[in-house]
Design a protein around this ligand. Structure first.
Ligand SMILES: [Zn+2]
Length: 325
């Protein structure tokens, strides 16, 4: 595994770890906190590689680094929740592995550290007190507020900033995804890995095409959105996974927001819109009040998706109401 993404998207974290390592100022225990998709696990493996490397720190080539990369390094232990929580026994096992005075450096990483129970957190605290100088640890969480303050106070907290939309956009475009699809996907997620996965999801590709046709139908006189939805969009109506429907609503909502931006400001920078190409070629033809009414309907019907509603009925009602706008 290379640390290319980590270095590109979290350069401040890498610099901090590198500097601390070079100056021999690594602390025994870190808390890596930040939202999903911010390369916290990669950073933890990077730290492991710095500490365990045989050559110059995270060289990526030596035996130790390679074993960190492929997950077989005996000096790196990763703990994940067993079911819903991290159990006390898991921490006791860790303590038994690490507790003895050790000549070799060892590091543990705890994923989803907010899932420590109070008793496993207490075991961890006890272990942290007894940790020998060759032991390091990283706790990872998406929610630092859920980490017990007694645990947190023992850690050096490193906050991972979310990756911004422009960076996701750039990443997708670098991968050869076309401009508008990149914009649409980047509007749906703040997680770069999720965004990359979406580009390979055939459902998403089809949904993007459908969203373009549907959003243009709102502007057309014949207003055949319902027809498009029940022919070209049949695949989506039959889809049982709710998240896809949510995403489809998010796409249509983004398109409405774009249209409203254009109507408010004729000189809006089209490149910054989500449906940048479609709406550059097809300017909205309705009045701003109508576009807003459609947006409101989309938000209202998206809300209904939360309940297990009949999708045929939902889309039929939605398009009938949009036609009245
Ligand atoms: Zn190495």
């Amino acid at each position: 595994m290379s640390f290319e993404d980590l270095k590109k998207y979290q350069p401040a974290v890498v610099k901090l770890l590198d500097n601390s390592f070079k100056k021999d100022r690594l602390v025994p225990i870190y808390l890596f906190a930040g939202p999903r998709g911010t390369f916290k696990k990669d950073a933890a493996r990077y730290l492991a590689s710095l500490i365990l490397c045989e050559i110059s720190g995270a060289c990526g080539q030596c035996n130790q680094c390679l074993k960190v990369a492929n997950g077989t390094n005996p000096n790196l232990t990763i703990i994940k929740p067993a079911g819903e929580y991290i159990k006390k026994e898991q921490i006791i096992d860790l303590q038994n592995d690490f507790g003895l005075t050790s000549e070799t450096k060892k590091i543990f990483i705890i994923y989803e550290a907010d899932k420590l129970t109070s008793s496993s957190a207490n075991s961890l605290l006890k272990f942290l007190e007894e940790m020998n100088e060759n032991t390091y640890g990283v706790l990872i969480t998406e929610n630092a507020n859920r980490i017990l303050s007694t645990v947190k106070s023992r850690c050096q907290v490193i906050n991972f900033a979310p990756i911004n939309r422009l960076e996701i956009l750039g990443d997708l475009e670098d991968r050869g995804i076309n401009t508008e699809a990149s914009h649409i996907i980047a509007s749906l997620t703040y997680n770069i890995e999720e965004a990359r996965k979406m580009t390979n999801d055939n459902m998403i590709t089809k949904m993007i095409e459908l969203a373009i046709d549907v959003t243009l139908s709102f502007e057309a006189r014949d207003h055949n959105g319902i027809l498009i939805m029940f022919t070209k969009g049949k695949f989506l109506i039959e889809e049982t996974l709710k998240s896809y429907h949510m995403m489809f609503f998010d796409m249509l909502t983004a398109a409405q927001n774009d249209k409203i931006k254009i109507l408010i400001n004729q000189d809006v920078d089209l490149d910054k819109l989500v449906f940048c190409e479609t709406l550059a070629k097809n300017r909205p033809s309705l009045k701003i009040e109508q576009e807003i009414a459609i947006l409101e309907l989309l938000l209202e019907f998206k809300e209904r998706l939360t309940y297990n509603v009949n999708k045929d009925l939902l889309y039929a009602q939605l398009f009938t109401e949009i036609k009245r706008c």
